[in-house]
Design a protein around this ligand. Structure first.
Ligand SMILES: NC(=O)c1ccc[n+]([C@@H]2O[C@H](COP(=O)([O-])OP(=O)(O)OC[C@H]3O[C@@H](n4cnc5c(N)ncnc54)[C@H](OP(=O)(O)O)[C@@H]3O)[C@@H](O)[C@H]2O)c1
Length: 365
């Protein structure tokens, strides 16, 4: 099969190198790039429509990121009956309904396994589990940058600012870390996971999100003094036909798998009615881990996988009024409290009020 690659940055280059060094029946026929690239043995152009019309590609791999023009190009590719593979969680969340519908209408495949979990085959394994069992919950550490910061604060006793600047120096955090530390990146991965687990389509904006930007060394000392490890978690559950979903810091006992995910690691888990709990641990980012998941999606398409991970979906509302947990809540200038069980909705409403400026974390039961 012929592949056209859009974008030759971290993921695009990693994917290209992995593909060209292995004897697979996949061939790169074109690369979309805005600057000259030396040594590539295929069409290199900055004109996407030249690729679409002239390159004879079967699969379009989108590794540019952002919403536009990635959205325009993917829609055009699907309409032209090209299969699409993307690592772009932002785009997949924003245009989930449109892209999955276009995929089905045109009888082609759309895969985005690298969009949640980087190198971990999480979405494909989740879809496989959901096709044979009822998924009760999905949850996990879905953002390596925030995990790096929490781990550095815990095991190296750094304060938040020092841990963040260490992550930036090492290239793990962007100059603007908002999407990572405020939980927005985790939320996109959670939305994709929830949609695939339950055959639904939920909106990003319906999922409450509380990140780690307000955590202090004092919070950390409290957690450690109580044998707890703090991790930023995306979680969704099905309760009596409704779906709850939230992104929030969560406290785990030392024997929980999550407590032993260090540095930039990711760990996603599903709990299914008959299979029980399964966890997937690995590198959530990086050129080769992410590129390998993109490559695995191309292989799946070459082997004839179906249109999307789920056959169809229904629009669903998030309802957090029936999911109860205890919380650690520290208001600014006050001693922390451990609450009686609160609904996820109540806890997030309390901590969203203006001037809260403190920290909260759910307590994993
Ligand atoms: N990095 C990771 O580990 C990772 C993990 C999972 C998912 N992802 C996702 O993978 C996607 C790509 O991420 P990345 O880290 O590889 O980003 P990146 O290093 O910034 O690479 C993006 C590349 O796309 C090119 N590009 C952007 N717009 C273009 C356009 N209109 N025409 C041609 N080329 C264009 C950029 O070119 P210029 O150099 O000219 O700007 C750049 O080379 C994103 O959706 C990201 O969320 C990344």
């Amino acid at each position: 099969m012929n592949i056209a690659l859009l974008g030759f940055g971290t993921v695009g280059r990693g994917f290209y190198e992995l593909l060209t060094e292995r004897p697979l029946s996949l061939n790169i026929c074109a690369v979309l790039a805005r600057r000259p690239l030396e040594g590539l043995n295929c069409m290199v152009t900055s004109d996407f429509y030249k690729i679409l019309n002239e390159a004879d590609a079967d699969i379009i791999v989108e590794a540019m990121g952002g919403l536009e023009p990635a959205h325009e190009y993917i829609c055009a590719a699907l309409r032209a009956k090209k299969h699409v593979v993307t690592a772009n969680k932002q785009l997949m969340c924003a245009y989930y309904d449109e892209l999955t519908a276009l995929t089905r209408e045109n009888g082609v495949s759309l895969r985005c396994t690298a969009a949640a979990g980087g190198g971990i085959p999480w979405l494909s394994s989740l879809a496989r589990a959901a096709s044979v069992d009822a998924i009760i919950s999905v949850s996990g550490i879905m953002n390596g940058t925030s995990n790096y910061i929490l781990d550095a604060m815990s095991r190296r006793s750094m304060d938040y600012a020092a841990a963040l600047s260490d992550a930036q120096r090492l290239g793990y955090a962007e100059a603007d870390p908002t999407a990572d530390v405020c939980g927005l990146d985790t939320r996109r991965k959670l939305v994709l996971s929830t949609n695939i687990a339950y055959g639904v389509s939920i909106s990003e904006s319906d999922v409450p999100c509380f990140g780690i930007a307000n955590i202090t060394a004092e919070d950390m000392r409290f957690f450690e003094g109580n044998g707890l490890a703090c991790r930023l978690i995306g979680h969704a559950e099905r309760h009596f036909g409704t779906i709850s979903a939230a992104v929030e810091p969560m406290l785990f006992g030392a024997d929980a798998g999550e407590a032993r995910v260090y540095e930039c690691g990711n760990m996603m888990s599903l709990c299914a009615a008959h299979m029980g709990r399964q966890s997937f641990l690995g590198a959530g980012a990086g050129a080769y881990p992410t590129g390998s998941n993109v490559l695995a999606d191309c292989r799946a398409i070459a082997e004839g996988c179906s249109a999307f991970y789920t056959d169809s979906f229904t629009r669903a509302q998030v309802d957090n009024s029936r999911a109860y947990q205890r919380y650690y809540i520290r208001k600014q200038g006050c001693a922390p409290v451990i609450t009686a069980p609160l609904s996820v909705e109540q806890a997030h409403v309390m901590c969203r009020v203006e001037g809260f400026n403190g920290f909260m974390a759910a307590i994993a039961e």
